[in-house]
Design a binder for this molecule. Structure first.
Ligand SMILES: [Zn+2]
Length: 141
């Protein structure tokens, strides 16, 4: 199996698995020894494959918006180092909350659970039947 690198991020494929490694990525770019392609996360983004939607809302969120966005970014960054396929597809602010679409179910679930842990509130996780999809709702008034 050949060595590959993602053309959009610092992910590296060593012939067995994908992982995140900026140093190794830079070295492979420099030595031109790897084939440039898309990592599993960017491939999912390219195909618009969304496996999870997280809806966060409530007045608490309005008052702690930046903190909430930072938490989402931290969770996403940590999860990406565990699983290259887990990415935030889209994050947007709407009326009274934030909607996050993810390429991976476990990332959506983790965002919900970490919001509950950090800020309490009410968490509902729905695994849609027969679908590889999770809907996560968190709310705090
Ligand atoms: Zn990538």
């Amino acid at each position: 199996m050949s060595v590959k690198i993602c053309s959009r991020c610092m992910a590296v494929f060593d012939g067995h698995k994908w992982f995140y490694d900026e140093g190794e990525h830079a070295r492979l770019v420099r030595t031109r020894r790897a084939e440039a392609t898309l990592c599993p996360g960017h491939e999912r983004i390219e195909k618009r494959r969304i496996d999870g939607v997280v809806t966060l809302k409530g007045t608490f969120l309005k008052e702690h918006y930046d903190e909430a966005v930072n938490l989402i970014n931290n969770i996403a960054d940590r999860q990406l180092h565990r699983n290259v396929a887990a990415r935030v597809y889209n994050m947007r602010q709407n009326g009274d909350g934030i909607t996050v679409e993810t390429t991976d179910k476990s990332l959506a679930e983790r965002i919900g659970r970490e919001f509950e842990r950090a800020f309490n509130g009410d968490l509902v996780i729905q695994w849609l039947q027969d679908a590889d999809f999770v809907r996560v709702n968190w709310q705090r008034g």
